[in-house]
Design a protein around this ligand. Structure first.
Ligand SMILES: NC(=O)C1=CN([C@@H]2O[C@H](COP(=O)(O)OP(=O)(O)OC[C@H]3O[C@@H](n4cnc5c(N)ncnc54)[C@H](OP(=O)(O)O)[C@@H]3O)[C@@H](O)[C@H]2O)[C@@H](O)CC1
Ligand SMILES: [K+]
Length: 530
């Protein structure tokens, strides 16, 4: 599991070392790891180390100190170091080390200065650089970058995009909030980030995810002092442990029956996709409740689904999937209401997707997993905050996804899976998971229905078998958020397979939602095989 903490949590863990006068040792370890990551980044780009020009861009704090020390260390490996100082002062010992290593130093003009010599010299250094270490701001920063650092960051991004320079962020890309991943317009975008003591939540959410590039966690000796993580990301070994793998004695009922209330005569597609996806994810059995015209279409694609026009109270299931493609005309929304009321009352977990979110009970529960995209979450929050008159727009959710996912979990009492390039899952108990397994090709119609089906299958399995989550320390209500994270990861991996985009970079090509369903079982097999 990749675990992440807030800046305050990391600083609290560092405090005993600082109190004992060992802050310098922590910084030396950080700088050593940063220098190692810099060499690896050059190697990955087939750039020779000897003679490579490395520029440390340093702000006024310890983040700049790390970058200056790292550049000084790199000089010993044959690199040519220099530094650009973005503030009136810089970390003294780091700057002295850089000078001893033969590095030139230029300082940017501040707003009050009439001289722009430093700015021109800084741009020349960047233009010649092979590698830039961004040490402008770390966990001590707040708000977006201020001038003159903001202008320099924008110029650096132009060079990075042209491929002339590689950018390595020290701890966190400057201007990105270490706790939330939020960033004002002015921030650094890195090809790689070396972070110290533990990942920060901001690496795993929002702009911070993309701005960080490849993340390396450098141990500095404080790791045992860290508390419960703020954000978690499941890795393949965790997915393997959490996937509801059948026991030898399993039969379809013990593996979980999923009750699906989806689709309508006008919009049968969502019901077809979601039942087929649940079946592909290996649920014990799918029971579809809805209009017979939809049931007939479902059986043409998924003959193993049991379809009827029964009501939720007539059947016994281990999990519900309620909402995709439903509307008010044909009684489907009444079925959704009944299923969700029963789920809250009897503890049966439920996926609440699309139209289902409009009939959510006022008092939710962690075992109800909502699956909004940013627009749906904005509507849900605006509805729930109507009394305060607060309007939440889609753009607000996109700019502050972690904040809004947490807020929605808190005010609905439900687990909230916010879909996006990075999918965030927030539980009402405060647990947060971040999964970045997807490919941009997955942003296509029907993709959400497939995710809902996979999630329904996982919830049905987890409802009967909570032990694997408990073994990973994810018991209690956190197991529902963990289940949602598992489903998001498998959905993303199925998408990558279907798009032929193994690394999720956007390589490969277009996919259709049915191709994602067909890739679901192979994605699960790949995870289980390790
Ligand atoms: N603790 C340790 O022992 C270890 C810490 N380590 C390292 O230290 C880093 C944290 O260092 P830190 O606390 O010195 O803060 P840091 O982010 O460098 O600078 C903050 C300064 O920047 C300024 N500033 C603020 N906002 C700004 C803005 N928007 N735009 C422009 N400027 C802004 C503000 O100064 P001001 O301008 O207000 O005087 C503030 O004082 C951490 O990320 C890690 O790299 C590691 O070496 C391991 C050991
Ligand atoms: K930084």
């Amino acid at each position: 599991m990749l675990e992440a903490w807030t800046g305050a949590q990391i600083r609290a863990a560092e405090q005993p070392w600082l109190d004992a006068g060992e802050g310098d040792a922590l910084m030396r370890r950080a700088a050593h790891g940063l220098a190692g990551t810099a060499l690896a980044l050059l190697d990955s780009r087939n750039r020779p180390r000897y003679g490579a020009r490395v520029v440390a861009v340093a702000g006024s704090g310890n983040n700049g100190g790390d970058a200056l020390w790292a550049a000084a260390l790199l000089a010993r490996r044959g690199l040519k170091p220099s530094a650009i100082l973005t503030a009136g002062r810089a970390h003294e010992a780091g700057l002295a080390a850089l000078r001893v290593a033969g590095g030139t130093v230029v300082r940017l003009a501040d707003e009050d200065s009439s001289s722009t010599d430093g700015d021109a010299a800084a741009r020349r250094l960047l233009a010649d650089a092979d590698l830039v270490i961004d040490g402008i701001l770390g966990t001590g920063g707040s708000g977006g970058l201020r001038e003159p650092a903001a202008g320099l960051a924008a110029h650096l991004e132009d060079l990075r995009r042209d491929g002339t320079v590689a950018v390595l962020a020290c701890d966190i890309p400057s201007g990105v909030d270490a706790d939330t991943g939020e960033a004002e317009a002015a921030h650094v975008t890195a090809d790689a980030t070396a972070t110290f003591g533990g990942a920060k939540s901001g690496h795993l959410a929002g702009v911070g995810e993309t701005a960080s590039g490849a993340l390396t966690v450098v141990p500095i000796g404080i790791e045992d002092a860290l508390p419960e993580p703020d954000v978690r990301r499941l890795q393949p070994a965790d997915l393997r442990a959490l996937w509801p793998t059948p026991a030898r004695s399993a039969q379809k009922y013990s593996r979980g029956v999923l009750g699906v209330i989806a689709g309508s005569p006008q919009y049968p597609g969502a019901a077809l996709l979601t039942t087929a996806a649940a079946a592909a994810a290996g649920v014990g059995m799918v029971r579809y409740l809805g209009p017979s015209s939809v049931g007939t279409l479902i059986n043409a694609r998924t003959p193993d689904a049991v379809c009827s026009e029964q009501q939720p109270g007539d059947v016994h299931v281990q999990a519900w999937l309620a909402g995709p493609g439903t509307n008010d005309d044909d009684g489907q929304l009444d079925r959704v209401r009944a299923a969700l009321a029963a789920a809250v009352a009897d503890g049966t977990p439920a996926v609440v997707d699309a139209g289902g979110m409009s009939v959510l009970p006022d008092a939710g529960a962690a075992h109800l997993v909502l699956t909004p995209h940013a627009g749906e979450l904005a509507r849900l929050l605006t509805d729930r905050l109507a009394a305060s008159g607060e309007q939440v727009e889609r753009a607000d959710v996109e700019a502050r996804p972690l904040h809004h996912a947490r807020l929605a979990a808190r005010i609905t009492g439900c687990t909230v899976l916010l879909k996006g390039a990075t999918t965030l899952v927030a539980g009402p108990d405060g647990a947060v998971f971040s999964q970045a397994d997807a490919t941009p090709w997955l942003s296509t119609a029907g993709s959400g229905d497939v995710l809902a089906g996979i999630l329904g299958a996982v919830l049905a399995g987890v409802a009967e078998h909570p032990e694997p989550a408990e073994r990973l320390g994810l018991g209690g209500d956190t197991r529902w958020a963990a289940a949602a994270a598992v489903a998001a990861a498998i959905h993303g991996r199925a998408g990558r397979l279907a798009a032929h985009d193994p690394a999720g970079t956007g390589a490969g090509g277009p996919l259709h939602a049915t191709a994602v369903i067909d890739a679901t079982a192979p994605a699960v097999r790949a995870v289980l095989a390790g």
